[in-house]
Design a protein around this ligand. Structure first.
Ligand code: DP6
Length: 325
């Protein structure tokens, strides 16, 4: 038995979304994406390879997962085993740290932490680029969670060239994300299924690929010049264009619920009244509000009045992956 290795990785919120794969097996995306890693939400995972085990065992927030529930993790561990040239099974213990009950759990922090802990436990010493390529095999958004602050996932065209890199790991301006928790229910259409449907059926898909590349350049420039309004506006537009792909898929669907629409209206109202705040949204009804620290108290109190005192969680830019033994 080798001693366990622990890794901690934070989740990230995409400002330019990843929505669609070119290669489903290797998880090569159709467009490059760009994100901000968040401090408050993270996953801590420890992995030990153990010769006496006959199957992988996965303990998730103190529950032992069934073989079926841990299938994605076992498949991922197979990738690690192949890289390391071993066949040993592993013990995986993972904890998701989210400040409120469920709903914000993320495959991004989960697979980034697993990639870090499992690769090191298997005897591999990967640099961060190769670690991001490995995390990508678990879940696309995990590719970016290797880095802190602003990070980009260059789409590339194959396993070698599709990886993440840091844009600004230390964020030296006062940007915050407010997570608005509207529901803790599980999403109905997984990102995996939702993006496949968009690629295969939305007539707007080619336009999405084009416009997301333009958004990428605009946000990259906005980060370099600390232009918050351009960053916020472009992120919001990009999110809405991603959601337009779900509406234009066949069959069409939506991740919005009535509260999501209500929250968007409130953000537009606050903006009309002079507060620079913008929203973004992933594959579920919860919303993340982007604003500057100086405006956070005003924005939070407005949302607390409408959605309740427990509905908002303030998050700041977070660090990249940490692996300890
Ligand atoms: C809307 O990374 O969860 O959050 O690669 O199939 O595991 P898989 O998908 P996943 O998709 C994330 C989609 C998104 C946008 C983003 O994070 O870029």
């Amino acid at each position: 038995t080798n001693h366990p290795i622990t890794a901690k990785a934070h989740t990230n919120i995409a400002l330019v979304k990843y929505w669609g794969k070119k290669d489903e097996q290797l998880i090569i995306p159709q467009n490059s994406s760009l994100s901000l890693t968040l401090d408050e939400f993270y996953t801590e995972t420890s992995v030990a390879f153990d010769d006496t085990l006959t199957t992988d065992t996965v303990q998730f927030d103190d529950h032992l997962l069934s073989a079926q529930a841990s299938q994605k993790i076992t498949t991922f561990l197979d990738v690690v085993r192949e890289l390391a040239g071993i066949t040993t099974r592993a013990n995986v213990i993972t904890h998701n740290h989210v400040p409120t009950a469920a709903g914000l759990a993320s495959s991004a922090s989960g697979f980034a932490a697993l990639a870090g802990a499992a690769s090191r436990a298997a005897g591999l010493t990967l640099n961060r680029r190769d670690l991001s390529r490995l995390a990508r095999r678990g879940s696309g958004s995990a590719t970016r969670s290797i880095y802190g602050g602003f990070a980009a996932w260059q789409m590339g065209e194959d396993d070698q060239t599709s990886y993440a890199y840091p844009i600004a790991e230390q964020v030296d301006w006062d940007i915050v994300a407010i997570a608005l928790v509207l529901t803790t229910a599980q999403k109905k259409v997984s990102s995996r299924d939702g993006m496949r449907l968009a690629v295969n059926t939305s007539p707007f898909y080619p336009t999405w690929v084009q416009s997301s590349q333009a958004d990428f350049k605009t946000i990259e420039t906005a980060i370099a010049s600390r232009d918050f309004e351009t960053l916020g506006h472009t992120s919001e537009q990009n999110a809405m264009r991603m959601h337009a792909l779900t509406l234009s898929s066949d069959p069409s669907f939506s991740y919005f619920n009535a509260d999501s629409l209500k929250a968007m209206a409130l953000i537009r109202e606050l903006r009309a009244a002079g507060t620079a705040c913008y929203f973004t949204m992933d594959a579920g009804p919860n919303i993340k509000i982007l604003c500057q620290g100086q405006d956070a108290p005003t924005v939070m109190s407005q949302f607390q009045q409408v959605f309740g005192p427990e509905s908002v969680v303030l998050t700041r830019p977070g660090n990249g992956i940490q692996i300890s033994d």
